[in-house]
Design a protein around this ligand. Structure first.
Ligand code: SF4
Length: 282
């Protein structure tokens, strides 16, 4: 049987912000001994399992990190969480991605200048919640039905959103009458590159494997892209989920991965896609 031609999208492996957050967390563990993360550090079960093995636990509330250090993940956090850490004497390791920090700074500036801030993104996503936290009462999540009563509107976008969502939101808001509409395209370049690579791969491959956490917003977006291209798709978090029989006798298989998917999983998935009958390594 001829092995399938397997194309792996680039970039893959951790993005800059996730790599930095994981590195800072591990260094924090060495330095402080007891380290917790405020919410899941990344939306990937394999990474969380690895951290758990190293004794790094996830907590939901700040006070649960008493006696240790608390990592603020790449999504950032509302400012109140940092104030609470200070009050409770909890050390913090702030791994907010610099690109997310930039969005937080932009919305704070807009708030100070009297703008109503509209965030285009998923209401319950931790990054959006962290951005809203920096807007105070001046923040709203975009909805197509919104009719904010204000003359000055500032728009930012969740770093993992597809650009069409921003364009759509801006087109809708432009129809309303504002004296001023300021738009900041805060989409992360890393995310855009992965989405563009997914489009290219979905055009060519017969079957596309999307690798990443099911609760990862950016990985789900890659799956949406592949689905929209009408391609057969497998969405897996780990190699054990790969149905070998589906991979046999394929001419071309594409592999795309979210920004919180470790590079080693992508490599293993690609190896199995190429040779589904070979024993799984590890
Ligand atoms: S996807 Fe972009 S914004 Fe999000 S953590 Fe990675 S580098 Fe930062």
């Amino acid at each position: 049987m001829k092995p399938a031609l397997v194309t792996v999208a680039r970039p893959n492996g951790f993005c800059f912000g996730v790599e930095r957050a994981v590195r800072m967390t591990k260094l924090g563990k060495k330095r402080f001994g007891r380290v917790y993360t405020l919410g899941e550090l990344v939306h990937n079960p394999l990474v969380l399992e690895e951290l758990e093995r190293e004794g790094i636990r996830t907590v939901r509330r700040v006070h649960q990190a008493r006696g240790g250090a608390l990592v603020i993940r790449a999504h950032g956090c509302p400012p109140e969480a940092l104030v609470r850490c200070k009050e409770l004497g909890i050390k913090t390791i702030d791994a907010t991605c610099p690109y997310v920090r930039k969005v937080q700074n932009v919305v704070r500036r807009m708030k100070e200048q009297g703008y109503l801030v509209v965030v285009v993104g998923e209401r319950n996503h931790p990054e959006v919640r962290s951005i809203l936290g920096h807007c105070g009462a001046a923040g709203r999540v975009y909805s197509a039905r919104m009719r904010p009563r204000t003359s000055k509107l500032g728009v930012v976008v969740q770093t993992t959103m597809p650009r069409e969502r921003l364009r759509e939101a801006v087109a809708n808001l432009s129809r309303l009458r504002y004296t001023e509409l300021r738009v900041f395209d805060t989409i992360c370049g890393e995310v855009t590159s992965r989405q563009e690579a997914a489009v290219r791969i979905a055009q060519k491959a017969e079957l596309v494997i999307v690798v990443g956490g099911r609760n990862s917003a950016n990985t789900s977006r890659l799956a949406e892209i592949v689905r929209a291209a009408g391609k057969e798709m497998l969405f897996v978090e780990r190699t054990s989920e790969l149905p070998r029989e589906v991979l046999r006798n394929r001419a071309g298989i594409g592999v795309v991965a979210g920004s919180s998917t470790p590079a080693w999983v992508v490599r293993e998935v690609a190896a199995i896609a190429k040779n589904p009958d070979k024993e799984e390594q590890k």
